[in-house]
Design a protein around this ligand. Structure first.
Ligand code: KG4
Ligand code: ZN
Length: 356
């Protein structure tokens, strides 16, 4: 079976085509996975500008579609999948309308895909059997992106229990806002990671101390807006020439990154312990952060030696259509043709959540 997937929930336009065994879980063959990033366009605004993003998706989608078909050697598509939420409403509609037209014209089933779920399913790309999948549960999912920071307990495949989420800003949003303040451009996560890597505590003139919000609270909720405000205060208290200095930018970047990592690691380990998780599974753009991966992996190894750790390929951490295609495959396998949504009924839900 050939699945074509479309992703337009934020500022990346993505199309992927995969070949799968429709009867039982087997290795996925990626025929094409294309992404067109709008980062350069949105950098000017320091964030994603929805109407501009919508226009770019409209421009890019048909081009990517032709390119991906060519790359995949014009395969006969059997199923179409599209992100229906969560995300930016005008952007989601571009992908959904494109997918509906295709489904209608080709007479194909259309699957609605949840973007948050897809970030987790990115981890399953190389799974080869049902057993391999089943063996990872019970699991704790940590989802950290530009729009979400959530902890979810998954007792068995598809059985979710929501543990907590951010009460204000998402971790990625915090990276982005502090990055913008420091003049590092959008998105803020990658340059903050780069600057932080250059920081040497013992040689630095600067010591920046930022809070670890809600880290010691018993619940699984997060809050990152106070961290952003604390960074802003620190920044404003510095002399203008200091603010622009490499050394200060490195020091505040390292502390921002570490504060976010400390909170995420602490709460994830706590959840994994409480729910006796066999695996901790990571997903979302912030998971591209190498220091976060490294520290979480080390902490799991030390505190929970019997717990495995699963993170997607760095390139599959941020938004892409391959994760949408993988999710469609799993949805198809578990719920089968009952899921072959009538394209007429498919709609956008900008606030879609993982079902509780
Ligand atoms: O999942 P994603 O691509 O889009 C959303 O669904 O939000 O996540 C984007 C977020 C941005 O906030 C970006 O700053 C963050 O992921 N991000 C990172 C890194 N790469 C992307 N944050 C920290 N370190 C990174 N290396
Ligand atoms: Zn995302």
């Amino acid at each position: 079976m050939i699945i074509l997937a479309i992703e337009t929930s934020c500022d990346d336009t993505g199309i992927a085509i995969i070949k799968v065994n429709e009867k039982k879980l087997s290795k996925i063959k990626v025929l094409s996975n294309l992404i067109s990033s709008q980062v350069k366009i949105h950098q000017k605004y320091g964030g994603v500008y929805p109407s501009l993003a919508k226009r770019e998706h409209q421009k890019n989608l048909p081009i990517l579609f032709e390119k991906s078909k060519k790359e995949a050697k014009d395969p006969k598509i059997d199923l179409i999948a599209v992100t229906v939420g969560p995300g930016l409403d005008p952007c989601l509609w571009v992908g959904v309308n494109f997918a509906k037209d295709l489904a209608k014209n080709l007479g194909l089933p259309l699957l609605s895909i949840n973007h948050i779920k897809a970030h987790i399913y990115a981890n399953f790309l190389d799974f080869k059997s049902e057993k391999q999948l089943k063996d990872i549960f019970p699991a704790i999912y940590l989802i950290v992106s530009g729009g979400h920071t959530q902890l979810i307990f998954v007792k068995d495949f598809g059985h979710y229990k929501f543990l907590g989420e951010t009460r204000d800003d998402a971790a990625g949003e915090c990276f982005d806002k502090i990055g913008r303040m420091l003049g590092l451009g959008y998105p803020g996560g990658p340059p903050i990671e780069r600057e932080a890597a250059k920081f040497k505590a013992k040689d630095s003139k600067f010591k920046v101390n930022l809070p670890r919000p809600m880290m010691h609270q018993k619940n699984y909720d997060f809050s990152f807006s106070g961290l952003k405000t604390a960074a802003l205060y620190d920044y404003k208290e510095r002399k203008p020439e200091i603010r622009k200095s490499k050394e200060y930018i490195r020091a505040i970047s390292a502390e921002t990154q570490q504060a976010i990592i400390d909170v995420l690691v602490k709460k994830t380990i706590k959840a994994a312990k409480e729910y006796k998780a066999k695996t901790v599974i990571l997903g979302g753009g912030v998971i591209a952060n190498r220091e976060l991966r490294k520290q979480l992996k080390a902490k799991i190894k030390k505190d929970l030696p019997n717990t495995e750790y699963l993170s997607p390929d760095i390139k599959l951490s941020t938004d892409n259509a391959l994760m949408i295609a993988i999710t469609a495959y799993y949805q198809w396998l578990t719920e089968g043709s009952a899921l072959s949504d009538d394209w007429k009924k498919v709609s956008v839900n900008a606030n879609l959540r993982i079902e509780k």
